[in-house]
Design a protein around this ligand. Sequence first.
Ligand code: TYC
Length: 104
Amino acid sequence: MPPPGDAGGAVVAERKTLRTEPPRMYQVLMLNDDYTPMEFVVMVLQEYFHRDLETATQIMLKIHHEGRGVCGVYTKDVAATKVELVLAAARRGGHPLQCILEAA
Ligand code: TYC
């Protein structure tokens, strides 16, 4: 037995509460333009942001009138992937639709 106060070479682990910060969130926004058809924007909101037809239409109209609108809020990787998917779909369709990511 080691003398009192001597752990005898043993490692004593302190119990600490490890706090994990919530991840930073990012908004995916679409920007208005004069050429992308409204139906295409609504389709994108349904397909890539899982919005129902009514919500997708409201978001599209908000973008149309105000210049930009939030499609959804996600962690950085998910948000960046959605931007890439939307831009790829727009390019395939020959539309100038712009989609960007912004810290929420
Ligand atoms: N302004 C376009 C039109 O009148 C519609 C539109 C809406 C385009 C939203 C882009 O992100 C957009 N056809």
